[in-house]
Design a protein around this ligand. Sequence first.
Ligand SMILES: [Zn+2]
Ligand SMILES: [Zn+2]
Length: 257
Amino acid sequence: MDYASLASGSKGNCHAIHHHGTVLLIDAGLSLRQVERRLNLIGWDIGWVQGIAITHEHNDHISALPVLLRNTAWVFLLTEQTKKAIESKTRIVIPDHRWVPLKSGSSLSFGSWTIQPFSLPHDAVDPVAFRVEREGQSLAIITDLGHISETVRQSCAGVETLVIESNYDEQMLIEGPYTPELKARILSRVGHLSNEDTAGLLSSMDTSRLNRVVLAHLSEENNHAELARSSAMLALQHAPRARIFIADQHHPVLSST
Ligand SMILES: [Zn+2]
Ligand SMILES: [Zn+2]
């Protein structure tokens, strides 16, 4: 299963998975022009996109949604609560024929994939992450969560590709420029994952089939790619086959099987 991060971070998020000329996007935090440009950069075509799954209603995940709704024929996969939150926030309506309802804990087929949404501890109405499977291959994309819940741990067990948030270095966040309120929000049980939180998952999860780890949603203010990478590398000493990639805010990062 081919995976690419098109954009990742607090200024906008969009992931893509590809199989045989079909692309599913995850999150709508990147303009249509940039989606097209970044897909082209990795040799994929915007005409391959069939749908876009949305994790939650925070702006960095939905800012381009109104334009994508107007200017494409894609379907939108999201939970009912997230749909309502987006509709009231953006004053748009996602019509029924463009909506594929999701429910955490219930898997569904989309193209050749089986998509399993599962809930996350994050300060949004109904935030989800996704495990995606196809012919025995599996991938999980997990960002925007304040701690590793048991559901998260179970949902990423045995995957080959894990895209996981590694948002901040705790010391940089604490000593950094954010207001006390924002720091407290990020540090909370429903905020974001630190490099250390992510390392805790990597060192204790089932890595028997893990060969790619993509560190995602890194804070530009409170983290450095090399800090996140070295923390994950240490945690993955027992999984030497796993290669580490860092998703980027401004450039696509491709990791094909
Ligand atoms: Zn986010
Ligand atoms: Zn969020």
